[in-house]
Design a protein around this ligand. Structure first.
Ligand code: HEC
Length: 457
């Protein structure tokens, strides 16, 4: 009987010093659940001296965002809410719509959104599940799973040494952190997947799946290809639905958990190391984050809002937990209150002159410049900016760019291939008839329009 998913009670208790056990941080089981409970609200002692300086942004932040609950309700909630929200029902962002789940995001590992591997940040990768094989002469210690790929399609017709599978062959592709040692290129074997969880000092290893099939060792044993016979298909689908933890989820060769640079969703004391904040800025420590920026659906946070969030995270401590986010934010002691302007999200460079004009020059210049620019639209020479604020030729009732209103900006609708456009989505690719900017570029254009489509700052 073939059952790929067996939840075994064979929990093997192993110590950290055991060979094959890594000494990096093993998170306790990690997803943040949506939690409707309200925290216990307790009156916190008002032992915080108010800011008495003159910076208008700090004064505004102090007046509007007194404590963490204000930050959650007035900033985070707004960011998460419209269009069902960017932080709703997604694995990438925890659901932050309640104070309790916002509180739980402090010190929680950042999550990984399944499916879009290229948008995973290394710092969010967890230690991968452990793969062991039985039946191949190499019964040794488990090897960390790098990632797993299911290539859809009928199983190959021949299943013997004449089969020469490659990365595209339909079946299950298991990529490993280290090569599986063994002397055979193909073998009937039993692959086992287990997960490590840490409770205090104890690491528990739980086997949760077994897959019996014919395996081929590729790439010196770093890549195992298993045939998914029809009787196995449901089990493999169930495995995918249940979710494996991949040590190199973004497939870039770096195992994020091993680098020791894991970031928390919100890191108390260290706003710059907090994934949620990094996603709003599109970068962390000057390095661009893969994936799209947040918030997507809304006006980016204002400077006082950013300041409130930074000061809350910087000063976050026991009093915030105990009071259920009712402790006063200490703007006076907050280091970011010295120069709140530096927190301006526009300071990240999404203006017409610094960024958007270059995106257009690079991607659109081939057709939209010169004596006869396509559709009469000049995107490179002269006063391009003023032209963009004018009407579209194809849909004269819309402007090409309507500041703060992406949904009514015809140029943006062309970029996302909205159903309402005439002609082709842009940038037009004559070879394929389609074309699309990268997610990062699209997001910069969106951020720019949402934020008022400023020319310069
Ligand atoms: C290979 C040539 C080509 C490239 C590259 C190209 N376009 Fe176009 N564009 C056209 C053509 C042709 C039209 C008119 C037909 C259509 O819309 O499909 C057009 C029409 C448009 C329109 C409609 C103009 C109006 O006034 O209604 C917009 C907006 C536009 N393009 C924006 C862009 C942007 C922004 C880029 C780059 C990201 C880009 N295009 C890249 C060829 C191109």
């Amino acid at each position: 009987v073939h059952r790929a998913i067996v939840l075994h009670a064979t929990c093997v208790l192993v110590g950290l010093s055991q060979p094959g056990c890594r000494e990096s941080n093993v998170y306790a089981d990690g997803e943040l659940e949506h939690n409707f409970d309200r925290p216990q609200w307790v009156d916190a002692e008002n032992d915080v001296a108010p800011y008495e300086g003159t910076d208008a942004d700090v004064i505004e932040a102090q007046a509007n965002f007194v404590h963490g609950l204000d930050v959650q309700q007035k900033i985070i909630w707004r960011t998460c809410t419209p269009n069902d929200g960017v932080c709703h029902n997604r694995k990438e962002y925890p659901d932050l719509r309640t104070p309790t789940s916002f509180l739980a995001a402090f010190d929680a590992p950042c999550n990984i959104q399944p499916g879009e591997f290229s948008s995973v940040y290394d710092g969010c990768e967890r230690p991968g599940d452990v793969v062991t094989f039985r039946g191949q002469g190499s019964e040794g210690a488990g090897i960390e799973l790098a990632y797993l790929v299911r290539v859809a399609g009928e199983p190959p017709e021949n299943d013997d040494e004449s089969l020469q599978p490659d990365a595209d062959t339909p079946g299950l592709h298991v990529y490993l952190a280290q090569p599986l040692k063994g002397d055979r290129d193909y073998f009937w074997g039993n692959m086992r997947l287990s997960r490590r969880a840490q409770t205090g000092e104890t690491i528990t290893e739980i086997e949760y799946a077994r897959i019996d099939t014919l395996w081929y060792a590729l790439d010196d044993g770093r890549h195992l290809y298993g045939i998914v016979y029809n009787y196995l298909a449901d089990d493999i689908a169930a495995l995918a639905a249940q979710g494996v933890i991949e040590g190199d989820a973004n497939r870039n060769g770096i195992f994020g958990a091993k680098t020791g640079k894991n970031v928390a969703m919100l890191a108390p004391g260290r706003p710059e190391d907090s994934y949620l904040i990094a996603r709003m800025r599109g970068q962390i420590h000057g390095e661009n984050l893969p994936g799209s920026r947040m918030p997507l659906a809304n006006q980016p946070l204002s400077v006082p809002e950013m300041l409130a969030l930074f000061c809350l995270v910087e000063g976050f401590g026991a009093k915030d937990r105990e009071s259920g986010l009712m402790a006063r934010i200490d703007y006076n002691a907050c280091s970011y209150a010295k120069n709140p302007g530096a927190l301006n999200l526009l300071g990240e460079g999404v203006t017409w002159s610094s960024r958007v004009s270059k995106i257009f020059e690079f991607n659109c210049g081939g057709c939209h410049t010169g004596d006869e620019p396509a559709a009469g639209l000049e995107l490179v020479q002269g006063d391009v900016y003023s032209g963009l604020l004018g009407a579209s030729q194809q849909k004269p009732e819309l402007r090409l760019i309507a500041p703060s209103d992406p949904k009514n900006s015809y140029l943006y609708l062309k970029l996302i291939g909205d159903a309402s456009i005439l002609g082709n989505p842009m940038p037009f690719n004559p070879l394929t008839g389609t074309g699309r900017l990268s997610e990062a570029e699209l997001n910069d254009v969106l951020t720019w329009i949402t934020n008022g489509a400023v020319e310069d700052q």
